[in-house]
Design a protein around this ligand. Sequence first.
Ligand SMILES: Cc1cc2nc3c(=O)[nH]c(=O)nc-3n(C[C@H](O)[C@H](O)[C@H](O)COP(=O)(O)OP(=O)(O)OC[C@H]3O[C@@H](n4cnc5c(N)ncnc54)[C@H](O)[C@@H]3O)c2cc1C
Length: 193
Amino acid sequence: MNETWYQDNNTSHFKNDYTVQDQSKCDVLIIGAGLAGLSLLYHLTNGGVKALLLESNSIASGASGRNGGFCLSGWAQDYDVLLKYLDINAVRELESIASLGVSWMRNKCMQKEYKGSFLGDGVLNCYLTGKVDNIKRQNQLKNTKLGIDDKFISKENIKKIISSDKYLCAIKKENAFHFHPLNFMNSLAHFWN
Ligand SMILES: Cc1cc2nc3c(=O)[nH]c(=O)nc-3n(C[C@H](O)[C@H](O)[C@H](O)COP(=O)(O)OP(=O)(O)OC[C@H]3O[C@@H](n4cnc5c(N)ncnc54)[C@H](O)[C@@H]3O)c2cc1C
């Protein structure tokens, strides 16, 4: 029994025997093989930049290998907050950048080299409190403004998806998905070999 469910169900392992030499040279030095460091290394290397990544532990040993595994478009601030500071076109642009990131992840997870990375389609955001009509209206508004198609799910229909009657309603993000972060990160690291 390991520390996390992901470690228990880890099917993709990455072993690196490379040791940094005193004379090692690079254009960019990246510290930390989490999602940030590893994807940066991937993109820089593909773009022809000589980058070196240093990890003190193992691939995805931090938050990146033990998170919720939800891959969905969005930013640290919700879109209604962003709309207070940016115009609608800028917010749409941000949504399209975020969606591109989700598509990139999805494509990767579906490749045979990333076996065990894709766990399931869609992410449900369930509400325990709040006014259902309001949640439904806000979702419609957001869909229209951002050109997306998040589905409103009534209490009755939630029960068809999860065995709980605790929630008032839910919003299903159709283009989101659940992935296995540890398998994904180990697979991503293999491009390096
Ligand atoms: C409980 C939890 C659930 C989450 N759920 C989700 C989710 O469902 N969906 C989502 O998108 N995000 C989620 N997140 C956020 C996401 O996991 C993090 O934003 C992301 O993993 C951060 O990646 P990172 O590469 O910046 O950091 P990390 O993954 O923490 O990587 C940092 C790496 O740097 C290494 N390191 C540190 N110091 C040094 C050093 N001096 N020298 C060499 N190496 C070093 C560490 O060993 C580690 O491997 C969640 C986070 C947590 C904590």
